[in-house]
Design a protein. Sequence first.
Length: 229
Amino acid sequence: MELTREQVDFERLNRSLNDETSLKDYKAPYDAYCPGLVPRLLSAFLISSGNLVYGREPSYLKFRAIEVIARVPYQSWSSVIYTLQTFCYTNEKRALALSRAAQFSSAAEENETMHVIVVSHLARDERAGVIRHTVIPLLFAFMYFWFSYLLYLVRPRSSFELNYLFEDHAFEQYSRFLELSRDTLEKKPVQSAFLDWYGRSPANQFEFFRSVRNDELIHRNSSIQQISS
Ligand SMILES: [Fe+2]
Ligand SMILES: [Fe+2]
């Protein structure tokens, strides 16, 4: 895949977050951000339902469900923004702001698609019935799509805040996984044609999951940056 200038910058930022000090410095300014009540209630519903079905601790199966669900806000924003642009052909300032948000969504969509495809590949040996494997992730993805879409229509800030909270949860889960399973993950390879096409070549699963953790933190912070852009 040919990388755009934005993707090259994104990959550079991702790699810089492998350094623990850089990670802390990048994370800290948004740690204290306080989202509104509606995003907090919706994220509590999504996260506690996930914990109930897949357990509190990270696992390949849980990551697969998280990734199926986590990619839909970006698709939802692209869709709602495309609709909203219909009403601002004569408002160049508004059209520009919407196009910038769409650019962020589009890059994040590609990134999250890579996550779900590679994680599904790694999770292929985890046993689960059709309900936990397929039905619940798709049902929650459907709900999350419409939460994100409707919130963006009514109050874009709330839609970004909901994403901030879900991405924060994903970041915490990947961080915990890296902490608990570092030795095992460093011995496991990652062979994925999709990841090769995407342009990442981690030496092992530790490096892969660390890059995904970094992606989620960038998505988390970028969601709040979108509010003021
Ligand atoms: Fe992700
Ligand atoms: Fe993400």
